[in-house]
Design a protein around this ligand. Structure first.
Ligand SMILES: [Zn+2]
Length: 460
């Protein structure tokens, strides 16, 4: 029941606790960071929305470069390691999904879940409070799941990253991060499960509505707190220092009329050579996060176009759209669980809908909803990403730096330029690098043609 077991919220734990799972997209400079420009987008907005899993391990911006004119050459081939890296991550993803189905199924069908509930009730006495039984049951189940899934976690999270030269963490550092993530997850999971079963006991007919509303509120609050609280558990951040980059950002924000509340350097480089950029938080916590690995490896022009992409997420209110998608998913998942508990509690020989022994059923049904929703959620995410690319190109006209940034990012993050179409449709939250570069070139051709056309008209 770690990150591999989908919780009722989305294709991954509602709270992304694993550092490699945070995928923030949309961004902004706080007053301390500088740049302030009142405009219509000043309303509280963004929050960090944990994206659905994305096997390319890419970022909001997903690119890489070769100082060539992007309008000219065809996209280069994948780096030699990218297909192998993708293959390994795909296998790990499939294995995780298989485990997240097999483990609850085994608990349910082999009678382990009921046996465990009986044992825990024996310890606490028949008059023991339900919340205590749930807590102990949950701790034991989580421990069992952890034992089974830990090898996969450490293999994909540490050893594969080391093998491909991406990780800069020692095994000890990785284990510390892993332990922090598990502790966070434990807290969130215990709170969520206790709340759900309290509602199942008290409001068996409408619990899913109340639980859905409670989770939505939690996501909204978490989205605001994540950049100031959650991320800092795993990463260091510092305000963007004065200099050329900050001046460029300020000028860009003035030109676009986008109020940027804060831009922070995200110290990813201590842990990985991968790059990322994101818009996180909403209201006072809204900020643009730029990885130091991005700043080190990219030209100022490339970073500027990346910033324009992140500003687009702010202008388009993408954090709220992401939260809306997540909310819809939560309600659908809880309603499906409600129907399943009603239908199967008796046939499975369980006592009632609020019997903790039915937890594996709850996990299976919510996990199935999350899995089925994955292509839809990722499809919507890819649309938002494309719209952000369009905005960045239209507002800056920097097709060259855009394409080279994409090239460079795909090399840096070992993402495939053109992934398998089905894998892309189901698992990727961002369009492929190749299609993004292709779009930039097409955009440039069209605008060049339009410019030529209009100047010809003026002359005649
Ligand atoms: Zn993005």
């Amino acid at each position: 029941m770690n990150g591999k077991i989908p919780l009722p919220a989305s294709g991954r734990p509602a709270i992304g606790t694993k550092t490699d799972h945070w995928h923030l997209c949309p961004v902004a400079i706080d007053r301390t960071g500088g740049t302030a420009l009142p405009d219509e987008n000043q309303t509280p907005e963004a929050a960090v929305v944990p994206h659905v899993p994305d096997t390319d391990g890419d970022a909001c911006v997903n690119a890489s470069q070769s100082e060539t004119d992007p309008g000219a050459d065809a996209p280069e081939a994948d780096s030699a390691q990218a297909p192998r890296y993708e293959r390994i991550h795909l296998r790990v993803t499939l294995a995780s999904i298989a485990l997240s189905i097999a483990l609850p199924l085994a608990f349910l069908l082999a009678g382990w879940s009921e046996a465990l509930r009986d044992v825990v009730e024996g310890w606490t006495g028949s008059a023991g409070p339900a919340a205590l039984v749930i807590l102990i049951y949950l701790l034991i189940v989580m421990l069992a799941f952890e034992v089974v899934t830990f090898p996969l976690d450490i293999y994909s999270g540490h050893f594969v990253e080391r093998q491909f030269g991406l990780s800069r963490s020692t095994l000890g550092q990785w284990l510390i991060d892993w332990a922090k993530a598990q502790a966070l997850q434990l807290v969130f999971l215990v709170a969520a499960v206790e709340l759900i079963y309290l509602l199942l006991r008290e409001l068996p007919g409408t619990w899913w509505l109340v639980a859905g509303a409670g989770f939505t509120l939690f996501f909204v609050v978490l989205a605001a707190l994540a950049p100031v609280l959650l991320f800092r558990i795993f990463f260091k951040f510092e305000p963007l220092p004065d200099g050329e980059l900050k001046d460029r950002l300020l000028a860009l924000s003035l030109r676009l009329g986008v109020y940027v509340r804060g831009v922070y350097i995200w110290k990813l480089g201590e842990k990985t050579s991968k790059a990322n950029a994101a818009l996180a938080g909403w209201g006072r916590t809204r900020r643009i996060l730029l990885a130091d690995t991005l700043i080190d490896e990219h030209s100022t022009d490339e970073i500027e176009v990346v910033l324009a992409h992140e500003m687009a997420h702010q202008v388009h209110h993408d954090i709220w759209k992401g939260l809306a998608i997540q909310t819809a998913l939560v309600f659908v998942a809880f309603y499906a669980v409600h129907l399943a508990l009603d239908a199967w509690t008796e046939p499975l020989g369980l006592r009632s809908v609020s019997d903790i022994a039915n937890l594996p059923l709850l996990l299976l049904v919510s996990g199935a909803v999350a899995l089925l929703a994955l292509p839809v959620a990722n499809g919507l995410s890819r649309r938002m990403e494309h719209a952000a690319d369009v905005y960045a190109l239209e507002k800056t006209g920097m097709t060259g730096p855009f394409a080279s940034a994409m090239e460079r990012l795909s090399e840096q993050n070992l993402s495939r330029r053109r992934p398998n179409r089905i894998i892309e449709l189901v698992l990727h939250s961002h369009p492929s690098v190749e299609s993004r570069i292709e779009f930039a070139r097409q955009w440039e051709r069209e605008h060049r043609a339009a410019d030529t056309g209009s100047s010809a008209t003026e002359q005649s």
